[in-house]
Design a protein around this ligand. Structure first.
Ligand code: PMV
Length: 356
């Protein structure tokens, strides 16, 4: 593919007095149609759609100054963190052709999450998109360019697939589908203008069933799709779900939205169980929550549904207008199944925010 983003304007030498600080806050996202299985250079086997969250974010600051060669230090929540720093350094090394100025800069990165430690919330989507947005800001200041969110999505994807979807407000679609013009495997596109108002303020209450680190990383999970006997059927289903979900999102059809969302969550975990080696990330309390949510919905007719990420925690999705009743249900019934009664009240958000 032709690289449309190598900066034409960069003349090769960073000015001697070049220094400054940039900062971005970027949110996590929760997929409704799941990305599970990749191909080529971090491309998805099927398209995915997500809600952009609001409370679960990473805030990243990069201090940069002209240097004789590349220099890099990474601090997470005040402590130097070589493991996470190594991941970012690898990303920079693999993509230095796109960011040639990096070899003349010393970078000090400081990062923190706005959600609690060990909550089991995936942080690579928020952290990688926050880092990439800072990096693009540094470039923009050298070559005087406007901020390009599609470019931010492209590089966030290279850093961590689902991060591609975090750069837009409300909702995003990543992956090529005939059902949406302009969609691409290379970057996500914003869906804000194609969704019913009810989804723009949707709630996501995240019930922390376990804050332990996952026994199988999502990287390992993706690669196990290669030998999965249901892989092709899964990719066909995901495409069908994307098509139908796009229609439901536009019209505000909550029934279809809930059916697809719950089916996608259970398919993701079924695929894990059918991998070789097989693995199970749900916990007994995940299933108890699912049962309770379905019972509550049958009894009250409140449009509450669940989804799951690659882990045991349950995301409860519902319209803002039902928040009071659902919050009572969470407090009175569901917190008993949470690790030390922990949960995060999140909602669909406005996307990344420039901090500096
Ligand atoms: O972005 P990754 O490689 O961590 O994969 C994310 C996979 C899921 O969270 C399970 C699904 C998704 O689409 O976000």
């Amino acid at each position: 593919m032709k690289n449309i983003w190598i900066s034409e304007a960069f003349k090769g030498v960073v000015p001697n007095d070049y220094q400054g600080k940039v900062g971005w806050r970027s949110p996590s996202n929760i997929a409704l149609v799941k990305y599970w299985g990749k191909k080529g250079k971090q491309l998805p086997q099927n398209p995915s759609i997500s809600f952009t969250l609001s409370e679960c974010c990473t805030e990243t600051f990069i201090q940069y100054e002209k240097a004789d060669g590349f220099g890099f230090k990474f601090f997470f929540e005040g402590q130097e963190n070589p493991a996470f720093g190594a991941k970012i350094e690898k990303f920079l090394h693999d993509n230095q052709v796109y960011f040639p100025f990096i070899n003349q800069l010393h970078l000090t990165v400081e990062s923190r999450n706005t959600f609690p430690h060990s909550s089991g919330i995936a942080s690579s989507a928020s952290s990688m998109s926050a880092f990439v947005m800072c990096l693009l800001d540094i470039e923009n200041q050298i070559v005087s360019q406007q901020f390009d969110f599609q470019k931010a999505s492209y590089f966030s994807r290279l850093a961590s697939g689902s991060a591609a979807r975090s750069v837009y407000p409300k909702m995003a679609l990543w992956g090529s589908t005939e059902a949406y013009e302009g969609s691409s495997d290379e970057y996500a596109v914003p869906l804000e203008n194609d969704i019913h108002p009810v989804f723009k303020t949707y709630r996501d209450s995240i019930l922390i069933v376990s804050g332990e680190t996952k026994s199988v990383s999502s990287r390992a999970g993706h690669s196990l799709m290669e030998g999965n006997p249901y892989a092709l059927a899964r990719y066909a289903q995901a495409n069908e779900n994307i098509k139908n979900l796009l229609v439901a999102l536009k019209s505000g059809d909550l029934e279809t939205f809930m059916n697809i969302t719950e089916s996608e969550a259970l398919q993701l975990h079924a695929l894990m169980m059918c991998s070789n080696p097989s693995f199970i990330l749900m916990k007994p309390n995940t299933l108890r929550i699912i049962e309770e949510v379905r019972r509550f919905r049958n009894e009250t007719h409140i449009p509450l549904c669940f989804t799951l990420d690659a882990g045991p925690n349950a995301h409860l999705l519902y319209p803002e207008s039902e928040a009071e009743k659902v919050d009572d249900f969470i407090k009175n019934t569901l917190l008993a199944y949470c690790d030390e009664g922990r949960w995060i009240a999140d909602h669909v958000g406005d996307g990344p925010k420039k901090l500096l």
